[in-house]
Design a protein around this ligand. Structure first.
Ligand SMILES: [Mg+2]
Ligand SMILES: [Zn+2]
Length: 160
């Protein structure tokens, strides 16, 4: 039995893209419509999975621990609304310091999630706010949609 999933980029889709790295809780603002959209998708039977480049870790801007704190906050906020993420995948690397196989636009993070959760790509979506998100999603054949940064996902509800 295959599952279906909605994949989300993080900055600009889940939380506010500020044009700089976001890791402090005071900067981590959940975008309007996000929780409602996730709740809707969850009720429709989609797994919710985050796929995020966090190159600031390897660049020494913040630590993996900082990212965990932000993600625990996100999970708590979602939980208050009965929403649960299946998982959050991050790439901590950055081209400026070390090339890797996971950083989007490469699709390894998506491939890992697809294998682990037995996901039917033809029934799944990836919402991102940059071309590299769409490129990664297209590589694994999930329907990939580039949204305006920080815009509400609710207008895509009918796609699900
Ligand atoms: Mg983004
Ligand atoms: Zn990586």
């Amino acid at each position: 039995m295959l599952n279906k999933a909605v994949f989300f980029d993080r900055d600009g889709v889940i939380n506010r893209e500020r044009g700089e790295y976001t890791w402090r809780l005071e900067d981590f603002t959940i975008n309007e419509g996000l929780i409602e959209f996730m709740k809707f998708a969850q009720e429709k039977g989609y797994l919710l999975i985050v796929i995020s480049n966090q190159g600031g870790i390897q660049r020494g801007k913040y630590s993996l621990h900082d990212v965990d704190i932000a993600h625990n906050y996100l999970k708590e906020e979602l939980k208050k609304n009965g929403v649960e993420l299946a998982d959050i995948y991050i790439c901590p690397h950055h081209d400026k310091t070390e090339r890797c196989f996971c950083r989007k636009p490469q699709s390894i993070m998506l491939e890992k999630a697809i294998a682990r959760f037995n996901i039917d790509v033809t029934k799944s979506f990836f919402f991102g706010d940059s071309a590299r998100d769409v490129e990664a999603g297209n590589a694994v054949k999930v329907k990939s949609i580039q949204i305006e940064p920080n815009s509400s996902l609710l207008k895509y509800r009918d796609l699900l």
